[in-house]
Design a binder for this molecule. Sequence first.
Ligand SMILES: [Zn+2]
Length: 176
Amino acid sequence: MPRPYQFCSDCGAPEPRPVTAREFRCDRCGFRHFITPVPAAVALILDSEDRLLVIRRAHEPGLGKLGLPGGVIEPEETGEMGAARETLEETGLKVPVEAFSYFTTLNNRYLFQGFEWPTIDLFYLARAQSFDGVQIDASEVSEWMAVPLTDVALHDFAFGSNAEAVRRLQVRNAAR
Ligand SMILES: [Zn+2]
């Protein structure tokens, strides 16, 4: 696996030494670097007819593949706040923070600056009156779709975590 740190981020010495699979220590100053999961919020939004808001990704990783609105949670945000913000930024859809409820958590890896960082994807479920007013951010999203939940093509997702979350939602809704 490629190393996430080419230099010590404290003193600049080259190649912090791997101590374990997730700890890298600088031999010069002792600074310890850890690989820890990055929390990300992902939105599962259904309309009144149980159609899921699905996007097509406009950039790597996963360019051209399906996705869900979501991204890294920012400082001072809760997961629900992150889900609402990412939904607004990527799709223009205003879903109140209070409308999101926790659904499930899945592990993922995300290629960023040459390293596949582990993320912990937190999925939040919300119900929207409709998808009227969706206006995608073309730098992030090339297309949006309202897909009947039972018809979502799981194999077209960029990330296995997204496909698995949608599958769990399909199972849950089918059991109702
Ligand atoms: Zn150092």
